[in-house]
Design a protein around this ligand. Sequence first.
Ligand code: SF4
Ligand code: SF4
Length: 94
Amino acid sequence: MRPEEARAEAGRCARCGFCEAVCPTYNAVRARHYGPRGRLAMALMALDGMAHDRYVVESLATCLRCRACELVCPASIRIVDVIAAARSAIYEGA
Ligand code: SF4
Ligand code: SF4
């Protein structure tokens, strides 16, 4: 997914929070940046050049890519693909 596509996809998040209930890392840590909703916000930060931020890096690096969040998202956001694009922005400077 290209960076501009990832930005648009993340921007569609309605912040309803349905995805957090099914995310294994959110349920283990109970911190918003360890859940899908927080990861979309962190992905936007990474795509906007905040790749040096510790919380951004941690948030995106700890996603298990299980896609449980995508199954319950009412907006059908491609969360894992957005996270992958943001990780590329961090590690490849995309
Ligand atoms: S379920 Fe979808 S729309 Fe709702 S907070 Fe999660 S990612 Fe955003
Ligand atoms: S794909 Fe990542 S954000 Fe989504 S439920 Fe799995 S661990 Fe959580």
